[in-house]
Design a protein around this ligand. Sequence first.
Ligand SMILES: Cc1ncc(C[n+]2csc(CCOP(=O)(O)OP(=O)(O)O)c2C)c(N)n1
Length: 634
Amino acid sequence: MIFLPVFVDNASYPTSQLLLGPDPNRGNLSKSKLPQESKVAAPMQNPMPETPARIEPAAGPRQLTGSQIIWDVLVRQGVEVVFGYPGGAIMPAYDALPQFPVRHILVRHEQGAAHMADGFARASGKVGVCVATSGPGATNLVTGIATAMMDSIPMVAITGQVPSTLIGSDAFQETDITGVTLPITKHNFLVNRTQDIMPAIRQAFYIAASGRPGPVVVDITKDAQNASIDYEYDDSAVRLPGYRPEQHPLPDELEDAVEMIQSAKRPIIFCGHGIIKANATAQLLEFVHKTNIPVAMTLLGLGGFPATHQRSLGMMGMHGEAWVNTAIQEADLIIALGMRFDDRVTGNLKTYAPNAKKIHVELDPAEINKNVKADLPLLGDVREILQLLNTRIGRVQCDDWVKHIDELKGDSAVRDIKDMPDSGKLYAAHVIHDLWRFTEGKALIVTDVGQHQMWEAQYYKHDHPRKLVTSGGLGTMGFALPAAMGARFACPDDEIWVVAGDGGFQMTAAELATCSQEGIKVNVAVINNGYLGMVRQWQQFFYGGRYVATPIKSPDFVKLAEAHDLKGIRVTSRSEVRVAVEQARANKETTVVDFRVEQEDSVYPMVPAGADLDKMIRRPVPATNPIYETGKDD
Ligand SMILES: Cc1ncc(C[n+]2csc(CCOP(=O)(O)OP(=O)(O)O)c2C)c(N)n1
């Protein structure tokens, strides 16, 4: 008999379709698009005992173990799914799991668990949760935690720790994970007493989600998990002395901002990740409709303002649109909304936007004047600040400026690879442009890191927030597949596509087994160029074309998918793209599409690291580049 948790619906605990897991008894809910099938081999021997009884939520005090408290608190925080991997120091917690209505996704590597929690958080706006054992389990989470930290993603990582009596003794699988993760978490806790578990987890959720979000580690010793105490859940608001996540601008500052905006001649708005995280898209749209100011996006801000809007300029920075980078250098006012002037966005700081005054709207005071001096900082929630500005602001006289930017676009249009006809070759830009067309721009796209990530940003036009999930700050290869799997639980009805390179996909491709076991459906577009493409491009541009350690051999991705009971398709020409996309969408299993693209294509434009923002390497114009021919795509 297979051990399968069975949950009885309960009036007090919220029950949800997320719980649909490896439980064949849930046939009546099988119409859900949430992952619900499991293919687990039956154990050879030692059949598992019957499902343990459910722990009911209770108002008054009762005896619970630390392990039971962990799940009780998680359920009360609204957690329905966690991503994890068991091991010695977290076994008590796993033993108690079936008593609670939480779906557990067994990953193949803890890095995958962290990225899944991250992808869930980015797509839902809620806190994602991952679980691991001590030592190697916990250290395997580190890349995923750092990824979440760099992009301000709310995540709680629960790790088991060796018994408190053994701490400091180099015990088996002992790692000081709070020490290791100190610089890559918003906060972390080492909990070695059962009575501290509830406050620590409650605080972890509060810290992770409030203010500028971020990951929090809660490391819990095995003895704290095992011991029982009289437990009563505290549902009062969390209070942390000294922690003030909220900021508000002063009325005078708002008036100054209105004056600066109203008198600008060449203004430009920057839409950063903060717009998406603060759910401020509607407020930004209203601001743009009132002022008529054009909007440029950071990579993580894509979707925060509709790409197809008349005032949308596209992405800025290293691989941003040429007209955007030029406009930034010519602007007289930058209104930066929820972004942090990353070096990939600014290029050379000494020459950055030399004529522009900067209004910096930002929640985290540490970001003000960190990279770029703000003439007027507005500290606070970007949604609230836009609301306040919208009641005070009017149209800005910048029609000539908008016209000028439109003229700048002309030059780029003739260089645009997507306008090339089908010459029998398959270009990554074509694949992504076609994916956008065939999915009508509505899919949730999760990218990995490299050239394909930049082509996605350029050619998949996102009109809605939280429909692009990508690792910006840390640039973590291996992110995409597991993050997409996490996003699946946030958006059960979305069409989800992973866009990954052949290098990054191989880093976490083991999670295909998780897709198969847990019945998780995503589509995977491998942009297979046979190289670690982005590094190859730098070698071509800056290292004399010496391709050291960048040619990469891959397994047969079609067979790899099939080996996992999944589906695989190979595409070698543009004419096959549509059928492959349709087939992948129709398959109920995760489907890997191996797009064999041109091997030595490069992403243009490119601002070399540290160069002036408008000193871009441009795609050679048609006359000097044989790949250009006249004609249009269909
Ligand atoms: C974990 C990790 N290791 C190394 C890098 C450095 N890096 C950035 S892009 C890249 C190449 C990515 O190659 P591939 O996944 O094939 O995608 P492509 O650039 O070809 O689209 C590398 C190695 C990284 N970002 N992350």
